[in-house]
Design a protein around this ligand. Structure first.
Ligand code: SF4
Length: 730
């Protein structure tokens, strides 16, 4: 069996290449040797985790006398869940600190770079407590690849138990959303968002139209516990991919199979939505069979949660959804005012789409309501409130009629009613912002009307308060800003912040801030772009293989292109790859894969943006990226939304609005991009911050990079000198 070099899932054989269903990458046969892939293809799929590759040793009684003694005792400790021979530097100390703080039910923040072994640290620190107190561990990650890493670590722990004859049962399951697990052709064909998919799946089940669900219900009736469907698989840590493969074979619904199994699982691995979306959380906890106060929450890449917590609390409507609302109102008898209301919204959005030239336009929400209720002939807001209640009831009855006719459709009227109920609830609150948002993708303009939540604490605090304990993991979060934005000090629990030492050898990291260049608005002229390109050229010619260049924005990226970066890179004989806005996921994957393949093919240069999918979601270990250049500080455009956030944060965080709402997100994007080449303990990489303003902001740069940082004067060839000696010294 062959495994994806990117995300470690099983590779499937197609006619002329190997394909990874998990991350969507294809690998040509010519690349097999450079990727160290087995050419004797074996397509029988048993598991996406390569158990044979998971090296775990039996502890030798003589060599590890004390540890073996502890393992034989009945009291569970972190030693029982640490599957390696020995702890790497500071790992044991971190485990002890987390374990003590978790017992005291504190909220914990661990700041540690990749390579520290955060997953095994978290699991071995928390599993003894979870077993002793009969708690569940809910381990939240951002991507499927990160989920798989947790399952892989758990599989090692489970294997460690087996070969050392420890009688400990450890199971776990990684789960995905309905859209990613569903096997029903009707639902798959219609490409719903998660909320709509939930409603349609509900209809299919009520109508007994989903055979996969009916097959599963039959099995559930026959068996006391669904683990006995396949004990070999479900008594061990199991990845969503494995569960889907098993369900396909047995023609069962994988989504509900995973839900029905949750109650039997000790560790559940999922994305943030399952806990951070209040609507999803309540149903999820019902399936788990536990209250949140009996759950330990682990939040991987926790810096993402600030945005997740505001996004789940924000809402929008678009002309597309309004047109479908009108269709329903035409087909079913309803108050004529409802059609007038929807038509008014649709006309307003279409007109604003033509008029608005910027990215956003703020709306006075109270004034907007007044315009609407007057337009509808009401004297005050009460008439409008009643109309929205009426819209809500109508959406329920239309839905029931459709269901009884066997129709499957999306409930746009219900979503519209919920949007306006939220508007009516929040329009006088300072922690919400209301606007028209304009997007331009591949020259096409679109508009939406939005309610934007500004305060992540509204969602985060109830979670931090209720959970048994939480462990927040990040390599880049600023502890002061993160803990303030999430509300650690206001949730009624103690907070423990831990900053780990860098696990990387000094000789493997070169970090530089360059003097003499910046991307300030007033300095964006051809001579500045040319100077930046000269410095980038010095980096490229003194780097062995691949270089990543992440610009502050697409505007800066285009500035480099129009000032001749392509020609300069061509002369270095390295191949240039350009990330463009609006690329589909598969188009982007193809670019990144080609770039990575240049690591053994003469070297490549990836030109993208900080905060983009290639500077945050993608890893480039080994020679996939030897050096990264951060061109400019990636500040967000000062849109009305950003200004509203700064103003609001100024009020609630003691005049820290600019730092928390503007500087921190920008530096966070730069920190994420700058860590791309260093993913494993053995990686060697150069990080170049190409903007002199980073000098004044250096205290915000990730600690493990900051401690190696040098400011280089604005002199020709000085980057070549520094980087050549770095790469030539072992
Ligand atoms: S029951 Fe399962 S297979 Fe059927 S529509 Fe719902 S998610 Fe899809």
């Amino acid at each position: 069996m062959n495994f994806c070099p990117n995300c470690e899932s099983v590779l499937y054989l197609t006619k002329d290449h190997l394909f990874c269903k998990a991350c969507g990458r294809s690998f040509k046969f010519e690349l097999l040797s450079s990727l160290n892939i087995d050419k004797n293809l074996d397509t029988t799929i048993a598991s996406s985790i390569n158990y044979a590759q998971l090296e775990v040793k039996k502890l030798d009684d003589n060599k590890y006398d004390d540890r073996v003694k502890i393992l034989k005792s009945k009291t569970l400790t972190y030693y029982h869940f640490f599957p390696y021979d020995q702890f790497r530097e500071s790992q044991e100390d971190l485990i002890k600190q987390i374990s003590e703080s978790a017992k005291a039910r504190k909220n914990i923040l661990l700041i540690a770079p990749n390579g520290t072994g955060k997953t095994v640290i978290a699991l071995s620190a928390l599993l003894p407590l979870a077993i002793e107190k009969n708690l569940k561990i809910i381990y939240m990650c951002r991507t499927h690849a990160q989920n798989r890493r947790v399952i892989k670590e758990m599989t090692k722990i489970s294997k460690f138990h087996d070969i050392n004859n420890l009688d400990i049962k450890l199971n776990g399951l990684s789960i995905r959303g309905r859209n990613e697990m569903c096997l029903n052709d009707t639902l798959l064909a219609l490409k719903f968002n998660p909320r709509e998919a939930m409603a349609v799946c509900g209809d299919l089940r009520k109508n007994r139209s989903c055979s996969h669900f009916l097959n599963l219900l039959k099995k559930k009736g026959e068996l006391e516990n669904l683990v006995s469907l396949e004990p070999e698989l479900f008594n061990k840590p199991v990845d969503a991919e494995d569960l889907i493969l098993f369900s396909k074979k047995k023609k069962l619904c994988p989504y509900f199979l995973s839900k029905f199994l949750l109650e039997s699982m000790k560790v559940i691995i999922c994305n943030y939505q399952w806990i951070f979306n209040p609507f999803i959380r309540e149903l999820f906890l019902k399936f788990i069979g536990q209250e949140l106060n009996n759950c330990i929450l682990v939040m991987d890449e926790a810096h993402n949660l600030v945005d997740v917590a505001t996004d789940v609390n924000s809402h929008k409507i678009t002309p597309y959804s309004l047109r479908l609302c009108l269709k329903d109102l035409e087909m079913y008898p309803s108050n004529v005012r409802l059609s007038t209301f929807v038509e008014f919204l649709l006309n307003t959005l279409n007109q604003k789409k033509k008029d608005i030239r910027a990215e956003e336009k703020a709306i006075k929400p109270g004034k907007f309501l007044e315009i609407i209720y007057k337009k509808l002939g009401y004297h005050d807001l009460n008439g409008f409130k009643n109309l929205i209640e009426e819209l809500h009831s109508l959406s329920v009855s239309i839905h029931e009629v459709k269901l009884s006719n066997g129709q499957i459709s999306r409930d746009f009227l219900g979503s519209l009613a919920e949007f306006w109920l939220k508007w009516l609830k929040t329009y006088i609150l300072e922690n919400y912002f209301f606007c028209y948002t304009i997007k331009r993708v591949k020259g096409k303009k679109s508009i939406s009307l939005e309610i934007v939540a500004l305060d992540p604490r509204e969602i985060a605090i109830p979670i931090l308060k209720r959970a048994y304990t939480t462990l927040n993991l990040s390599g880049t979060a600023n502890p002061y800003v993160y803990s303030s934005l999430m509300g650690f000090n206001e949730c009624g629990k103690s907070f423990k912040g831990i900053i780990a030492d860098s696990p990387f050898k000094k000789k493997n990291i070169k970090a530089i801030i360059t003097e003499g260049v910046d991307t300030k608005g007033v300095n964006r002229n051809p001579s500045m772009f040319k100077k930046i390109i000269e410095k980038i050229n010095e980096v490229i010619i003194s780097t062995p293989e691949n270089v990543g260049i992440f610009c502050a924005s697409y505007k800066i990226l285009r500035g480099l292109l129009s000032n001749g970066i392509e020609m300069v890179i061509k002369k270095t004989n390295k191949k240039l790859f350009i990330e463009e806005p609006g690329l589909s996921a598969s188009e982007n994957i193809a670019i990144v894969d080609d770039f990575k393949s240049m690591a053994s093919n003469g070297g490549g240069v990836l030109l993208g943006v900080s905060g983009g999918r290639n500077s945050e979601g993608e890893d480039y270990p080994g020679d996939y990226m030897n050096a990264v250049v951060i061109v400019g500080i990636p500040y967000h455009l000062p849109t009305p939304r950003v200004e509203a956030k700064i103003k609001y944060y100024d009020q609630i965080f003691n005049k820290q609005g600019w730092n928390f709402g503007y500087l921190y997100p920008a530096i966070q994007r730069a920190n994420q991009a700058s860590g791309r080449p260093i993913r494993k303990i053995s990686d060697k990489g150069a990080i170049i911050f190409m903007d002199s303003r980073f000098k004044d902001k250096s205290k915000w740069i990730s600690g493990w990079i900051r401690k190696e940082i040098k400011v280089i004067p604005d002199e020709p060839n000085i980057l070549i000198q520094h980087l050549s000696s770095f790469w030539n010294n072992g």
